[in-house]
Design a binder for this molecule. Structure first.
Ligand SMILES: [Zn+2]
Length: 336
């Protein structure tokens, strides 16, 4: 039986409070906004918030050119603002915490597989070895997984359901020795398609990962359910609300299925990744909350009632996608 609380690697220092107001720059503020949302929805009893040690400047040399890391820490332009964010000492401090949060969440899941873990973070998957990009400063996934491979000899997979391709892992392969072992080439999963074809793509990748887990080639999974894959996101748009939730349901039920065959708990860590809604940031937070509730209900045997509220985005002129899954049918029935 899984532990009844989600171990959550959150510290107020991981937020850059001064970066929360402008267009698309909410990501540095996202961890705090999400934690406030969980509190407002009365969900804090399900989360066990843990403190952790932040990274130091030297930790980032593992995945980045020293000239870039040093310029970012010193605030030297142009390199210090290649992430597309406003530079501040507070931002420098916050990325030492966000990147460490992901590492500690995964490490804790590996050491306590019966505990589901959560790193309320984003801002990693577009960074490159020599610069930042797309609101991302450092390659948190690369750093976390390569550290864990060097420390424990384990390999992991990322289900990156952010709408945008997670290039940081692929762009780092020739720069970081051991990365192909830490995150094998099939294990940086990004999806394509919309609604049904999107779920079929997820299902196909989960089938591959299940084989690799049973073969002991993959030892942990990181679930990154970016809210910008929702059709009403300012910068995204693959699936409507029903399918966004079906993707989560498919994943968490797959975890149960894998664990049944393994005979023990699969280490699972969760992160946030993207989500951009200038007219309704609450829609982003609401989707992430619904995902966490799905995790608690499916894997931890809770029965929390929570319906996400996703407001229509008047600037997105897409036709709403239609459901192919019949009412009353579950996603598992659909694929069987
Ligand atoms: Zn994105």
């Amino acid at each position: 039986m899984r532990s009844k609380q989600i171990a959550t690697f959150y510290m107020p220092e991981q937020v850059d409070a001064r970066n929360g107001e402008g267009l698309y720059t909410r990501s540095p503020n996202k961890p705090a906004l999400l934690m406030q949302k969980l509190q407002a929805e009365g969900l804090t009893p399900y989360f066990d918030v843990k403190a952790f040690t932040p990274f130091q400047q030297e930790d980032f040399y593992l995945a980045h050119a020293q000239v870039y890391v040093d310029a970012f820490f010193a605030g030297e332009k142009p390199l210090a603002t290649t992430n597309g964010l406003t530079w501040s000492e507070n931002l420098v401090n916050s990325v030492c915490y966000t990147n460490a949060s992901l590492y500690h969440a995964i490490r804790y899941a590996v050491q306590h597989p019966e505990v589901l873990t959560f790193s309320p973070t984003s801002g990693f998957h577009h960074a490159k070895p020599e610069r930042g990009a797309g609101f991302c400063t450092f390659s948190g996934q690369v750093i976390a997984s390569v550290k864990l491979y060097r420390e424990l000899g384990i390999s992991g997979a990322y289900l990156d359901l952010d709408h945008h391709f997670g290039n940081s892992i692929e762009d780092s392969r020739s720069f970081v020795p051991g990365l192909d072992k830490a995150i094998p080439t099939y294990a940086n999963v990004n999806l394509s398609g919309t609604n049904d074809s999107y779920l079929v793509d997820l299902y196909r990748h989960l089938a591959t990962l299940k084989k690799k887990i049973l073969a002991k080639e993959i030892h942990y999974i990181v679930w990154c359910h970016g809210a910008d894959s929702h059709v009403y996101d300012d910068l995204g748009g693959s699936v409507n609300t029903e399918y966004w939730l079906l993707a989560a349901e498919l994943f968490y039920k797959w975890v149960l299925e894998v664990e049944q065959e393994l005979g023990y708990h699969l280490p699972v860590a969760m992160s946030l990744f993207g989500g951009y809604r200038t007219n309704s940031y609450n829609s982003v937070l609401s989707l992430h909350t619904a995902d966490l509730v799905m995790a608690a209900n499916t894997l931890m045997e809770h029965s929390i009632a929570y319906e996400p509220v996703v407001e229509v985005n008047p600037y997105i002129k897409k036709e709403p996608f239609r459901m192919a899954i019949a009412a009353g049918e579950t996603i598992i029935d659909y694929f069987e």
